[in-house]
Design a protein around this ligand. Structure first.
Ligand code: NAI
Length: 333
């Protein structure tokens, strides 16, 4: 089957080509991201392969459908960038890669927590400059601290297990509790997490329900100096509220791998340009903020799994087989 891949990076091509060796799909690569303006690139290919920052809104979907596209194959787990209701109305199926390496993301979240707490990034820079002073590098023992995990699915559970093994008390919040999580932690309501957690790590999808879950109201109920970690989706956090809370030290540490306006920034080398996003630039000025550019998933194992599942999704669709990785509009009702 012919498939157009939008937003292609060299590593996408390498792993997709390897996974497609036996399947034999005709893969056409574009560096452009999908939007209503670039959907013209689709041509007569029946499938479009997208990543997290492709803008798969109603207009882009209509443009794809007009050209005969019938399948959106997401090469990621999150599907908040696809208008599922519009896809449904237009008869387009949407498939994703539900789990490619929850370990990669959970390990990155842990790395952010440890690095930010012990200021490893700042210490590294100091030592390189011959500055061995410790002032400003004071951290805290994670052992004995309370960690709130919001979303105890695959990634949240793995992180919870690791933190529990390190001696943390783990609290979870999820509309669908799991018995595996209950073996290591306790489910509580959100208010209890805000009130008790020293570290809050976000692992739920971005939906209308979870949009700006971290806002001025929820932050006001948190422990003074709380650490917030977001490796899930940028829209879970109201950036303006977080900046205000960092300024008055209500938030003591912030680690982000995702950012609400990341589509204008992440995955590109912008080191020669003037970044226009003032909120993002403000975040970078805080010594207690650590940001990575949506790289939590970026391990060789994860890229291999993403490519293999994407190719399997395409093959299943082409053969009219069941689509176990389909996402439908009722997921967001
Ligand atoms: P999952 O589907 O296994 O788990 C998500 C959990 O969140 C589920 O248990 C669900 O019931 C729960 N949930 C849904 N709405 C909630 C709400 N309002 N409050 C609390 N919990 C809620 O997904 P997985 O694999 O653990 O991924 C979690 C998120 O991580 C994804 O939605 C995605 O946005 C993000 N992600 C980020 C990556 C990165 O590179 N930074 C890579 C992969 C995923």
């Amino acid at each position: 089957m012919r498939v157009t891949v939008y937003g292609t990076k060299p590593y996408d091509r390498r792993f997709l080509d390897a996974a497609n060796r036996d399947a034999g799909h005709e893969v056409i690569y574009f560096e452009e991201r999908l939007s209503e303006h670039t959907a013209i690139l689709q041509g007569d290919a029946p499938a479009a392969c997208l990543f997290v920052n492709d803008q798969c809104d109603e207009r882009a979907l209509e443009a794809l459908a007009r050209q005969g596209c019938r399948l959106i194959a997401l090469r990621c787990a999150g599907f908040n960038n696809v208008d599922l209701r519009a896809a449904d109305r237009l008869g387009l199926k949407v498939v994703r890669v539900p789990a490619y390496s929850p370990y990669a993301v959970a390990e990155h979240a842990l790395a952010l927590i440890l690095c930010l707490n012990r200021k490893i990034h700042r210490a590294h820079n100091r030592v390189r400059e011959g500055n061995f002073a410790l002032h400003g590098l004071l951290g805290f023992d994670l052992h004995g601290k309370t960690v709130g995990i919001i979303g105890t699915g695959k990634i949240g559970l793995l992180l919870a297990r690791t933190l529990a093994a390190m001696g943390c008390r783990v609290l979870g919040h999820d509309p669908f509790p799991s018995s595996e999580f209950e073996q290591i932690g306790a489910y509580v309501d959100l208010h209890e997490i805000w009130k008790s957690a020293d570290v809050i790590s976000l692992h739920c999808p971005l939906t209308p329900d979870s949009y700006h879950l971290i806002n001025s109201g929820s932050i006001a109920h948190m422990k003074h100096g709380v650490m917030i970690v977001n490796t899930s989706r940028g829209g879970l956090i109201d950036t303006e509220a977080v900046i205000h809370a960092l300024k008055c030290r209500q938030i003591g540490h912030l680690a982000l791998d995702v950012y609400e306006q990341e589509a204008d920034l992440f995955f590109e080398n912008l080191s020669d340009t003037i970044i226009q996003d003032d909120q993002f630039q403000r975040l970078l000025t805080f010594p207690n903020v650590l940001i990575t550019g949506h790289q939590a998933y970026f391990t060789d194992q994860a890229l291999k799994n993403i490519a293999e599942t994407t190719i399997a999704n395409l093959t299943a669709f082409e053969q009219g087989a069941p689509l176990p990785n389909e996402v439908t509009a009722d997921r967001i009702k």
